[in-house]
Design a protein around this ligand. Structure first.
Ligand code: SAM
Length: 240
């Protein structure tokens, strides 16, 4: 990768991620509600509440898929602002865009990789990635890109699964490695995709590690908020 080549493992990961999200796109919403007992809605609201996004701001939703974050941000920025919905996967992007259209909302969309954002430097007030970073092959490159397109004073928000507090570990493992694939089979007839999700959750960096990655990407005043005992965390960092 030092020379810009993808290793076989990296290529496989990118392909696997593409397959998983093409398979789950149509069932994505119902699975989210089921898997998190509706909590993902609260987590997303919390992320937007710590974004300090105001009327008139420009927001970029990276790996936006379902457009849940875009919808919340659209309310926050009002008619004078702008929210751009992006995702690498066409099926997911279509689900998100169509849902907004059904609600009478038209917002710009772009199919793109978080590692190569097709936007100018210093453009957005806030860039967020919600339950997307763990799927990205080169997280450091994505974080650097997210910082690049931010205006000075703007912030990156990462909402992602994280490391649960010790007393919850056993129950959480049981949930993610047994119950999650079972529900995936029942609802989406696709246990493999949900097994991948469980594995990707386990592999994802914990709170402190991600904080350091954001610092390494050039972000300042990085801090995080644990939600639901660390099942997820919101990381926030500024471009100064
Ligand atoms: N942000 C939405 C939410 O919170 O409900 C969707 C999250 S969904 C779990 C993860 C999304 O990441 C999928 O739509 C997938 O296509 C997208 N994704 C995976 N790898 C990506 C990449 N390298 N660049 C951009 N999007 C990516």
């Amino acid at each position: 990768t030092h020379f810009g080549f993808q290793t076989v493992a990296e290529e496989e990961k990118a392909k696997k991620v593409a397959g998983v999200f093409t398979n789950v796109a149509s069932k994505y919403d119902v699975m989210n509600d089921l898997m998190s007992a509706g909590l993902h809605r609260l987590w997303k609201r919390f992320a937007v509440s710590v974004s300090s996004v105001r009327a008139g701001d420009r927001v970029l939703d990276v790996a936006g898929g379902s457009a849940d974050l875009s919808r919340l941000f659209l309310k926050a920025v009002g008619s004078g602002g702008q929210v751009v919905l992006t995702d690498i996967n066409n099926a997911m992007l279509r689900v998100g865009r169509d849902r907004l259209l059904d609600e009478g909302i038209v917002t710009p969309t772009a199919q793109c990789d978080a590692e190569h954002l097709p936007f100018p430097d210093n453009y957005f007030d806030c860039v967020n990635i919600s339950f997307g970073l763990r799927n990205v092959t080169h997280k450091d490159a994505a974080l650097r890109e997210m910082r690049r397109v931010l205006k000075p004073g703007g912030r990156v928000l990462v909402l992602e699964f994280s490391k649960v507090a010790k007393p919850l570990e056993k129950a959480y493992d049981l949930y993610s490695f047994k119950l999650l694939p079972f529900m995936g089979k029942l609802v989406a007839d696709d246990p493999d995709s949900y097994r991948y999700l469980a594995e990707s959750i386990r592999m994802h960096p914990g709170q402190e590690e991600l904080k350091q990655m954001m610092v390494d990407a050039g972000l300042s005043r990085v801090e995080y908020f644990n939600l639901t005992g660390g099942v997820v965390a919101v990381h926030r960092g500024y471009k100064l």
